[in-house]
Design a protein around this ligand. Structure first.
Ligand SMILES: Nc1nc2c(ncn2[C@@H]2O[C@H](COP(=O)(O)OP(=O)(O)OP(=O)(O)O)[C@@H](O)[C@H]2O)c(=O)[nH]1
Length: 348
């Protein structure tokens, strides 16, 4: 078995990739900490530091459980909280009984806090940890060393905090870039299957109904041909703004192709989605784009049905959109609802 490949190695979308990054960090940190700390259990036992040896054993047991949970269940054992808590307590207590030999462990412990905890919790935790270390250092070491320890430990935390903060910012920015379309700011296809599957699950489990609306600009190619691609881009941007202005916060707007947009409308039945689709086509055709460019769009509406997969749901909507185009464009076509399952007659 390869210990160094975590279950998240193959993430299927950007959000999962970020979650996978955090899991791998936690996973690897626990492995290295386990390897480093396990021999100390025996060393401290031999030095008759039974309490410290016991706490280190607890630390290693927690590391084994975290690794096993991540590896086999894909979840965090006790949310990964015990590592920072036990590491800080062990380092403080070891400094108290072992002096400098214990102090050295405070540095990796203070850095690990920022890799394992959310940033705010790590800051609070590190302030408490530095306070406890300062107290122990004031009892064990000369004044000059006390100040050296406080400043060097504080600086380690500051470096780790800056790094963790920047990595968090980078993760958020990369997720945004990977999940949205740069031209219109709409969600892109990377999230589509996950979002639709979520609504299918809500339908299957709680009978909560969502609908899908596809909107495709009519004769968009001729806009590009006549006015140029930059003008086409401005039409697409304006189109996304108009759609967003009419939608609720809970609705999700995707750009799934060149001039094709998809709306996922939670808690919305087909007839309400149909009304919204008509309103959206009106907002597109009512006002000219650019200076005086009249544009129309075609749309289709499909409510999620029992037994749907995301692709069958999308295919039905796609087929209806094709019909709207074939029927002359500038109109909404609804996917016919499946008849409700007839109840099986009960025999006396
Ligand atoms: N400006 C611009 N054009 C794009 C973009 N993505 C795709 N397109 C163009 O969109 C056009 C789509 O053409 P078609 O698929 O024939 O669709 P259409 O002309 O709208 O015709 P119907 O949909 O049948 O009404 C093509 O010319 C693509 O080059 C984009 O990001 N910006």
């Amino acid at each position: 078995m390869n210990l160094f490949i975590s279950p998240d190695a193959l993430a299927t979308n950007p959000t999962k990739a970020v979650l996978g990054f955090r899991r791998q960090l936690v996973y690897h940190l626990h492995i290295w900490a386990l390897i480093a700390v396990a021999p100390l259990i025996v060393i401290q036992w031999h030095q008759h530091h039974i309490l410290l040896s016991g706490m280190l054993a607890l630390f290693c047991l927690n590391a084994v459980l975290v690794i096993a949970f991540l590896r086999f269940k894909g979840s965090y054992f006790l949310h990964g909280w015990l590592f920072p808590l036990l590491a800080a307590i062990c380092a403080t207590y070891s400094t108290y009984i072992n002096g400098y030999a214990g102090l050295y462990w405070a540095y990796p412990a203070s850095i690990a806090l920022f890799f394992l905890l959310p940033l705010r919790q790590a800051i609070v935790f590190s302030v408490i940890f530095i306070g406890a270390m300062a107290l122990v250092s004031s009892m064990k070491f000369a004044v000059a060393d006390f100040w050296r320890i406080c400043f060097s430990l504080g600086l380690s935390c500051l470096f780790a905090m800056t790094f963790a903060w920047l990595v968090g910012k980078l993760q958020r920015e990369l997720t945004r870039l990977a999940t949205t379309d740069p031209l219109t700011g709409c969600l892109n296809r990377s999230q589509m299957a996950d979002v639709m599957n979520h609504h299918i699950t809500l339908r299957e489990r709680y009978e909560r109904v969502s609908s899908l609306v596809l909107i495709d600009l009519d004769y968009f190619k001729s806009i590009n041909d006549q006015w140029g691609h930059l003008a086409g881009d401005r039409v697409l941007k304006d189109m996304a703004l108009r759609l967003r202005a009419r939608l609720r916060d809970s609705d999700q707007l995707f750009r799934i192709g060149g001039e094709e947009f998809m709306l996922v409308l939670p808690e919305t039945r087909q007839k309400d989605a149909d009304r919204l689709a008509h309103q959206l086509l009106d907002t597109i055709s009512a006002r000219p784009f650019l200076d005086d460019l009249r544009v129309t769009a075609s749309a289709s509406v499909a409510e999620v049905e029992p037994g749907d997969s995301w692709s069958s749901w999308l295919n039905r909507a796609d087929q209806a959109l094709y019909e709207a185009k074939a029927a002359g464009r500038d109109q909404v076509i609804n996917v016919p609802r499946q008849p409700a399952m007839a109840k099986t007659p009960e025999f006396p």
